[in-house]
Design a protein around this ligand. Structure first.
Ligand SMILES: [Zn+2]
Length: 401
């Protein structure tokens, strides 16, 4: 079947159960009217303009498009040596496939946590590359000997110089690695950057009206970053009580990325890791689940993140399933919608179905409030993806016209 979207004609989705992510309930008998790139109305059938193309969504749930707040569309290989050797044009071409696939999984906005820049975001905006709205961070900043591949800076001057350049070039945020990592040479317990450096980075971001994100694992690294004014903590598997207190006091965001650890514990990824890393992995995943439980109970703002690379990208929806082991479905869905929207400074614009918001919508069969696994099986359940009012993917069984 085909659904040929007519240029400029409004689209009305009727008969869907509309998921109100704020209230956490399904609204029945609502019609969502899309005009251009925005939602024009959420009302009843009387709101359908006579010129509208109508999609009958009987038996399906209409949700806001998903937001992945920790993604790496430019890390097109799981082998970092590939990324260092490959031509940037080749990486860009492969990234275009990764981005298209993300959109087709229902992610209408992704927050890049290292590597994407204004060029790839522009290519998406101009329609050269099919992909989600991209909030990009430029290179990852790390000190000498630190965790990360990209930009090595030491001292306040180098840090300020680098950050000023990235913000000038359009970065939405900057990520600093403030502790080691699971698969890096730098031990996880080690700290990266001095407090003076962290505060300098935050000051630069404040001046640019942007923000700093931190890759951090241990409570020591997390708490230090939060105390210095860093706005989002990436991974954060080993939180303590003080971390929870600081998240709340600073109104900061927590972006767990459980699926990346799950992915590394699967074969053939597991065997490819050195022995010492292998032994650590399941503990890191367990601790991450435990931290998620505590942060969620305390009411910390939690966004949905995945942190996958290369072939791992295909498991981008698996994070829903992992989190639902310890959280209510609606809370996981809010992480991937409302919270992501707030984190990327677009509340009311994305992450909810409301008049005036961007028409970023997905249509799924089944009720994700009852069974969140419907979100993790797009081949079976994801029927339609609309981004910016444009239909990007259509798997409806019958011609909606
Ligand atoms: Zn990452």
């Amino acid at each position: 079947m085909t659904f040929t979207q007519e240029q400029n004609s409004p689209i009305a989705v009727r008969n869907a159960a509309v998921l109100d992510v704020r209230q956490g309930e399904l609204l029945l008998g609502q019609t969502v009217v899309v005009q251009g790139s925005r939602i024009a109305a959420v009302a009843d059938d009387s709101s359908i303009p006579s010129s509208a193309q109508v999609i009958d969504a009987q038996g399906m749930t209409l949700m806001p498009g998903l937001i992945d707040s920790h993604s790496h569309p430019m890390q097109v290989s799981g082998n970092f040596n590939d990324l260092l050797e490959w031509s940037p044009y080749y990486v860009g071409a492969r990234a275009s496939v990764v981005l298209r696939d993300m959109l087709h999984r229902g992610f209408t906005t992704v927050r890049d946590m290292g590597g994407a820049d204004a060029g790839i975001a522009r290519a998406i905006e101009e329609g050269l590359v099919e992909g989600p709205r991209l909030k990009f961070g430029g290179p990852i900043f790390a000190p000498t000997g630190g965790h990360a591949l990209t930009k090595v800076v030491d001292g306040e001057v180098e840090l300020r110089r680098g950050i000023r350049k990235e913000f000038r070039d359009g970065a939405d945020h900057i990520k600093l690695t403030v502790s080691g990592g699971v698969i890096s040479k730098m031990r996880m317990e080690s700290l990266g950057f001095t407090e003076a450096e962290l505060r300098a980075a935050v000051e630069e971001a404040d001046m640019a009206h942007r923000y700093i994100a931190a890759h951090a694992y241990t409570a020591e690294a997390v708490n230090r970053a939060l105390n210095c004014g860093i706005r989002s903590i990436e991974h954060g598997n080993f939180l303590d009580d003080e971390s929870i207190r600081l998240f709340l006091a600073k109104d900061a965001f927590y972006v767990p990325t459980l699926v990346t650890f799950w992915y590394l514990t699967q074969e053939p990824q597991l065997s490819a890791l050195p022995e010492d890393k292998r032994a650590k992995l399941s503990g890191v995943l367990e601790a991450g689940l435990d931290s998620l439980i505590r942060a969620s109970k305390a009411g910390v703002k939690i966004a949905y993140g995945t942190d996958l690379h290369g072939k791992g990208h295909e498991y981008q929806l698996m994070e829903f399933v992992l989190r639902a082991k310890v959280q209510e479905p609606i809370d996981v869905i809010r992480s991937a919608t409302l919270m992501g929207a707030e984190l990327v400074n677009m509340p009311g614009q994305i992450g909810e179905i409301a008049p005036g918001a961007f028409a970023d919508l997905i249509l799924v069969s089944g009720n994700p409030l009852d069974d969140i696994s419907v979100l993790a099986k797009p081949e079976e359940h994801l029927k339609l993806v609309m981004a910016n009012g444009r239909i990007a993917r259509n798997r409806l069984a019958v011609d909606p016209l």
